[in-house]
Design a protein around this ligand. Sequence first.
Ligand SMILES: [Zn+2]
Length: 187
Amino acid sequence: MDKKFVVPGDFIGTEEEYLAGEGTFSENERIYSTITGESGEAEKKLSVAQAKPLRALAIGTVIIGTVENVVEPIALVSMKVGLGGEHRFGETDEYAVLHASMIRKGYVKNVRDEYKIGDIIRAKIVDKRNGEFRLSTDADDLGAIKAYCAKCRHAMKVESGILQCEDCGTKDNRKIAKDYRKYDIKY
Ligand SMILES: [Zn+2]
């Protein structure tokens, strides 16, 4: 199996063929990455090694980040990568900009209609301008991977296609990744 750059929640193999090793978890006989890094195989065991440092970031890299602030029509996102070990993310000083027009296919007027401060998103670096990374989340596998209730800050879950707070039941909208909360980030 070729080495591949993966982020939490990426499918990397099946238990029919492989064992789930370090940096992975399995669900319904499918093996997923729990960290950001490089997947590989040794003796039929799949594992994920820690990510490259952020300075290796380039256009096309998929990152995990937190929405730190929203100043319409832009979200400021702090980029984080795995430091090794399950569910652990290292914070860096790297910030990137996500413009409302890059959130999803179709017209988005305000960032706040799709993301809230504190949401954890998977995004792709699509440009670097004036020393600033620009992000996009307009693909199916990109978007919120963990969103928090605007009222009570509890994590939200998808039930029957609707995003709602696990605690207070408040319903809300996000541009979510197709594997929203298939794994859980302790963060
Ligand atoms: Zn709530």
